[in-house]
Write a protein that binds this ligand. Structure first.
Ligand SMILES: [Ca+2]
Ligand SMILES: [Ca+2]
Ligand SMILES: [Ca+2]
Ligand SMILES: [Ca+2]
Length: 431
């Protein structure tokens, strides 16, 4: 359960001059509005017409053009902004045709995450670390006003592992309830003594309880080591996966660490080192209900298309099953895309900098670019990772299209969750 902090900026009397929103009583609908050649506005509501004339109302428009019945009586009126809108408000409020009325207030994003990296002290530095969320082409706060995420959506992070035991991840980690052997509704639980998430001891039995081919796969699978512990390890690319998962899915609005892009979607972890691992992981994603697969990697070793046919076939199969596949363009500043970003069924993500321009540091550094790029996203973010002795979790600044990619994966999860919420079977039946 998250307690959301409303950081609503107070705008006492800071409403727009010259605008008034009326809700006409149902019995007087529809209103017949006529604008005369001299711009005088007449309706079928005589007392309102008198007020309109008195205050030089020059626009009387139905607010909403659709059919949603609850807002059919809303009309937005405009007046010269030299007039006293409080007086106008007071006059219209006494008219018997009107149910409710309101001035127009500017809005601020209602929810600003309180995570310390996102909202450091002083608060107006909030974009210093996680500047990416404030880019004109990101505008995460406006997005979060519409959707912050849905815990029913699953993003597979196909990478070097994710430290699911860390507090910035644990609450957002997918749990395979097919392996919930003790039936208590979870396979991961908080260990208050060690202050870590851990596998539920009541579920650990080395059996494949859900017959999906993997024993005790509580949070995903380590396809590299062939075990059920897909945390990052201090071998093979280290904590790359933590950085990726932190960008898409850090536990958000928990005062600690950073803000994720999708606050609630679940992370299915697949640790990989080769395309073979990836092929297994893609099949696992399909079988176990992933919605999005994040691939913050590219495969330069595929020298010809024929070498990658099997891998590509698995990508295409996942796509055919409805999964959204997202991959990074690469960091070599080349006009080229590699697998998997180069495939038609994969969203190829390039990197942008803090000027909203292509990330470019000259020869050999910067985002790859190509006509096949589908989307761009910021190339940098703060996120959880390991110190160099691999003793403590810290927060690190990481760069590359590996970071751009999970912004887009999280966006895909937000869109899918919002779409299902609006058009899922229940909504359609109830509407
Ligand atoms: Ca359990
Ligand atoms: Ca299993
Ligand atoms: Ca088991
Ligand atoms: Ca956080």
């Amino acid at each position: 359960m998250f307690i959301l902090t409303l950081n609503h900026v107070s705008y006492a009397q800071n409403y727009l001059k010259g605008e008034l929103l009326l809700d006409i009583k149902r019995e007087f609908l529809p209103v017949n509005v006529q604008v005369e050649p001299d711009s005088n506005i007449f309706t079928n509501l005589g007392s309102i017409d008198s007020l309109n004339a008195l205050y030089n109302c020059f626009s009387f428009e139905k607010l909403y053009k659709g059919k949603y019945s609850a807002v059919q009586g809303l009309y937005l009126l405009k007046f010269p902004d030299t007039l006293d809108i409080d007086k106008i408000f007071s006059s219209y409020s006494q008219d018997t045709h009107i149910h409710l009325l309101s001035r127009s207030y500017p809005t601020e994003p209602a929810i600003i995450p309180n995570d310390s990296l996102y909202l450091p002290d002083p608060p107006n530095y909030r974009y210093a670390y996680q500047w990416s969320h404030n880019m004109m082409h990101m505008q995460s706060e406006l997005g979060w006003d519409i959707a912050r995420g849905y815990s029913t959506i699953v993003i597979m992070i196909l990478d070097t592992g994710v430290d699911y035991w860390f507090h910035e991840f644990g609450g957002n980690i997918w749990q395979n309830l097919g392996e919930d052997y003790d039936g208590d509704g979870h396979t991961l639980e908080w260990d208050p003594i060690n202050k870590k998430w851990k596998f539920d001891p009541g579920d650990v039995n080395s059996d494949d309880n859900d017959n999906n081919g993997y024993r005790d796969d509580f949070v995903g699978y380590d396809f590299y080591d062939d075990d059920n512990n897909p945390e990052c390890e201090n071998v093979y690319k280290g904590d790359h996966g933590d950085q990726v998962a932190g960008t898409s899915s850090a536990v958000t609005n928990n005062i600690s660490g950073g803000a994720g892009t999708d606050w609630y979607a679940k992370v299915m972890i697949a640790r990989e080192s080769t395309t073979t691992d990836c092929i297994s992981a893609l099949a696992y994603a399909v079988d176990n209900g992933a919605d999005v697969v994040n691939m913050s990697f590219y495969i330069p070793g595929f020298n010809s298309p024929s070498e990658s046919l099997l891998f590509k076939a698995q990508i295409d199969s996942a796509y055919a099953h409805g999964l959204v596949l997202v991959a990074g363009a690469g960091n070599n500043n080349e006009e080229k895309l590699y697998p998997p970003a180069v495939y038609d069924n994969v969203i190829a993500v390039a990197g942008t900098d803090s000027f909203d321009l292509k990330w470019d540091v000259g020869v050999g550094g910067g985002s790859n670019y190509h006509v096949g790029v589908d989307l761009s996203a910021p190339f940098q973010n703060w996120g959880p990772g390991h110190d160099k002795w691999w003793e403590h979790m810290i927060y690190l600044y990481k760069s590359g299209t590996s970071i751009s990619t999970p912004f887009v994966s999280a966006l895909a999860a937000l869109i899918k969750g919002q779409h299902l919420r609006l058009w899922g079977p229940n909504s359609i039946t109830n509407s």
